[in-house]
Structure formats: structure tokens, C-alpha cells
Design a protein around this ligand. Structure first.
Ligand code: BGP
Length: 466
């Protein structure tokens, strides 16, 4: 049995667009998602969990259930409705009030500057493919660092790889482009440059607190021991994991990373531009990250594949419908005997352990790690206010054990943020994929603690995983 450290953070994670609702209130500017979701007509980002109005209640619940950290993101368009230019004081006040509430209840806030919600005005000009938008992001970051002096933990971006691939490979995020590897590679690189610029700005100005980035790191394993499958897993890993860790902690792309990148780019007819000055900026930032945030839910077994790209995203919870075969990389398969969720996410906690140990070995100056997201999407059953989510508790247990084991083996993990604090809106799945410790009745906005909330409270009190 594992015992987690006394000073460990037992947090809950949220993101502005998925929790706040109120997308047209308080002077907020538009994001690309507003129009995208409206056109798609499947589900609306309003009211989500109405965190914009309910946050005092959510933070009260944190205190009551031993959740001593909360991960939130600032909606860029509540601060700068157009992305640049005039400041919206109502938005600034909202976040000051939110942070004050956290302080009042002794909940540490971990604040992300960008969680999938670029202002529409900038998004329409190419999002992070347009270098002018990097300047806009850095200006927004500078404003926040200066204004929100009460924040101690910052992260620049949430999940750069899913931004690039959901926007330009799967097309599940606006602008719904499919299989454009020039855009994928350029977006990954440009966002890493923007991250590095924000880190340098933060450190050059000696702002108080810590800064890092949140990466989605899903471990890749070869489907079999054959050299072809091993190579496919290597390519999948190189683009989704190694590229970003190199950028973050080396400030350049290692030879191995570049070999993989060139192979993927050639197979997909992609071109990209990395400037010398980018590497100067990245290099400078590479030793200045105070921590790494890791979002980890699942891993992938990868098989060699030499056909055209074919993808089906399971956004409905119909188990077994996912297809992921990518030209020049490989095919992700279901491994016999492994459990997976209704959305086909493999439950394989070894993936968590392996990624943690690998970071310690490959990037020894990583400083420390927070697991900034982990959790299980589930079709919770609500019976008279009681939600018995044993499957979620089982999931959390095995993943926390993997973290406990990694800590025992010397990895410096300082906290865990369960995705999600309360049920909220899921970008491509809407409202039936619930993750929360607290069940949200989206009509009344009433919160109900699930069995997992009581389990998490005990964990936070005893630090013992059982
Ligand atoms: C991460 C995102 C979150 C959240 C989570 C669960 O990639 O950072 O915003 O959505 O995944 O994903 P989903 O809602 O697709 O199940």
C-alpha cells in the first residue's frame, strides 16, 4: 500500500470554457468554439457547470471534501475580449474574486493561461500558426502576471499536442482541418516558442511564484515486438511526447526527434519553418521551468500501418467505435485483455508509471511534476441524489498507486488534480461523459457528492491509497 507525501496536493481540475458557462456574460469576447458548437448543433457550452456564478459553492465543496488545490484557467476573452487592446474590467474582477475565495478556504489555485480558447479575432487570423498571435499571447500573459499577483502557480498552455492534432489532424476542434501535417508541426513548434517567451518574461521580471506548462503525455507501446511495430510506436511517441519534452527541457529537438519528424513530414508532404531565434528563446527557457504538468488518462499500443489516414473519433461513448490509423505513423489498436472506458480509453496505469520514470531519466532537470489531469469519463447513474461510481474509484486507485510507486522510485511528484472537480462540459462529447467528484444536475445546477468524493476526502486526510 502506498502513502502519499504529507505536503501532497489533492486537487480538482477545471477549465474556463468547460466549467464557467456564461459565455455571453460579463463582457466576455467570442472564441471559435461558440460558433463551431452552434453550427454543429450537438450541444451548447452554456450553462456548463455555471462556475461563473457557482464558484463560491464549488470552492466550499473543495474545502469540505479535502480538495486542497484547484486547477482553473483564465478565459483570455474575459480579460481581452478581442484578444488584444481594451481590457474588460469585469473579467479581471471576476478572477480576483475567484482567487480571493480560494484564499479564504485555503485552496491553492493553479492557473492556466490558455486552455483551448484562443479569442476568435485571433483564431480567425490563423491561431498559433500566425506569429503575430504569439505576440498577443505573450502580452496577455504579461498582463496576467502583473495583475494577478495573488497567483502562485502559472501554466502557459494546456495540452499543445491535442490543440495541434484536434485542430489539424482529427478536425474535432475548430477550424476542423483534417490531416494537415504542415499545420500540425508548425502549431506544435510555435506554441512551444510562445511558452518559452512567457517563461522568459516571467523569470526576467522576477514575478513571484512558479511557472510551467501542461502537456498531455500518453505512453506509446509497440503492439508486438516486431521492428515495424516498434518503429510505429517510436514515431507516434516522437511527435506526441518527445517533441514537446525536448522543446520544454532541451530548448531544441534532439537528433532522434528530428529523424522521426522528418519521416512523418515526408510521408505526409509537410513543410515547416523553425527559426534560429526560436531556439535561442527556447534554450533560455529550458532551464527555467519550475514544474511540468502532466495530463495522463490512457496509453496506446501502436502497430505499423502503411495506408491512408483513417480516423473515427468516439465522441458518443459507443464502445469499440474508435479508429486511429495515421499515414506515416501507425495504427493504434485495442490490446486484448485490457480494460477500456466506453469512449475506448485504455485503462493501463503502467503507462502513468512509465512516463514519470522516463521524464526523470531523460530530462533530469525537470524539477517537479504535478499530475494536472487524470480521471475517468463515465455515464454516472443518479439515483435519488446518490451516485455510486465504483468504477471511477477503481480507476483512481490504480492510477494513484502508479504515482505512489513512481514517487517511491525517486520521481518528484508533488500533487494530483483529478479531472474533474465537478461534472462539466466536454469539448467533443458534451454532457454525458461525466468526470466529476461532484455530480452536476445541469438543469438546476445543484451539486451532489459522488461516492468518489467521499473516497477522495479520506485519501486527502489519510494520504493512504486504499
Ligand atoms: C483533456 C483536456 C480537458 C478535458 C479532458 C477530458 O485533454 O485538457 O479539457 O476535456 O481531456 O477529455 P474529454 O472531455 O474529451 O473526455
Amino acid at each position: 500500500m502506498y502513502k502519499l507525501p504529507e505536503d501532497f496536493i489533492f486537487g480538482g481540475a477545471t477549465a474556463a470554457y468547460q466549467a464557467e458557462g456564461a459565455t455571453k456574460e460579463g463582457g466576455k469576447g467570442a472564441v471559435a468554439w461558440d460558433e463551431f458548437l452552434e453550427k454543429q448543433g450537438r450541444f451548447s457550452p452554456d450553462p456548463a457547470s455555471d462556475f461563473y456564478h457557482q464558484y463560491p459553492e464549488d470552492i466550499r465543496l473543495c474545502e469540505k471534501f479535502g480538495v486542497n488545490g484547484i486547477r482553473i484557467s483564465i478565459a483570455w476573452t474575459r480579460i481581452f475580449p478581442d484578444g488584444t487592446g481594451a481590457v474588460n474590467q469585469e473579467g479581471v474582477d471576476f478572477y480576483h474574486n475567484l482567487f480571493a475565495e480560494c484564499k479564504k478556504r485555503n485552496i491553492t489555485a493553479f492557473v492556466t493561461l490558455h486552455h483551448f480558447d484562443t479569442p476568435k479575432k485571433l483564431f480567425d487570423k490563423g491561431d498559433f500558426l500566425n506569429r503575430d498571435n504569439l505576440d498577443a499571447f505573450v502580452d496577455y500573459a504579461a498582463f496576467c502576471f502583473k495583475e494577478f499577483g495573488e497567483v502562485r502557480y502559472w501554466s502557459t498552455f494546456n495540452e499543445i499536442y491535442p490543440v495541434a492534432t484536434n485542430q489539424y489532424l482529427l478536425g474535432t476542434f475548430p477550424p476542423s482541418v483534417k490531416s494537415d501535417f504542415s499545420k500540425i508541426i508548425q502549431c506544435l513548434h510555435n506554441m512551444m516558442v510562445a511558452h518559452a517567451r512567457a517563461v522568459n518574461l516571467f523569470k526576467d521580471n522576477n514575478y513571484p511564484g512558479e511557472i510551467g506548462v501542461v502537456h498531455s503525455l500518453e505512453t506509446k507501446y509497440p503492439a508486438t515486438d516486431s521492428p515495424e511495430d516498434r518503429h510505429a510506436a517510436f514515431l507516434d511517441d516522437a511527435l506526441s511526447v518527445r517533441f514537446l519534452l525536448d522543446a520544454t527541457y532541451l530548448g531544441y529537438y534532439s537528433e532522434k526527434t528530428m529523424q522521426a519528424l522528418e519521416e512523418i513530414a515526408e510521408a505526409n508532404g509537410a513543410t515547416y519553418e523553425f527559426l534560429d531565434e526560436d531556439f535561442e528563446i527556447m534554450k533560455k527557457a529550458s532551464r527555467r521551468n519550475d514544474y511540468l504538468g502532466i495530463n495522463h488518462y490512457q496509453c496506446h499500443f501502436v502497430k505499423a500501418y502503411d495506408g491512408q489516414t483513417q480516423i473515427h473519433h468516439n465522441g458518443t461513448g459507443d464502445k469499440g467505435t474508435s479508429v486511429y490509423k495515421v499515414k506515416g505513423i501507425g495504427e493504434r489498436i485495442y490490446k486484448e485483455g485490457l480494460k477500456r472506458t466506453d469512449w475506448d480509453w485504455l485503462i493501463y496505469p503502467e503507462g502513468m508509471y512509465d512516463i514519470l520514470v522516463r521524464i526523470k531519466e531523460d530530462y533530469p532537470h525537470y524539477n517537479k511534476i504535478y499530475i494536472t489531469e487524470n480521471g475517468m469519463g463515465y455515464k454516472d447513474e443518479f439515483e435519488d441524489g446518490v451516485i455510486m461510481d465504483e468504477a471511477r474509484i477503481d480507476y483512481l486507485k490504480v492510477y494513484l498507486e502508479a504515482i505512489g510507486k513512481a514517487i517511491e522510485d525517486g520521481v518528484n511528484v508533488k500533487g494530483y488534480f483529478l479531472w474533474s472537480l465537478m461534472d462539466l462540459f466536454s469539448w467533443t462529447n458534451g454532457y454525458n461523459k461525466r468526470y466529476g467528484l461532484f455530480y452536476v444536475d445541469f438543469e438546476t445546477q445543484k451539486r451532489y457528492p459522488k461516492a468518489s468524493a467521499y473516497w477522495y476526502k479520506r485519501l486527502s486526510e489519510t494520504k493512504m491509497i486504499n
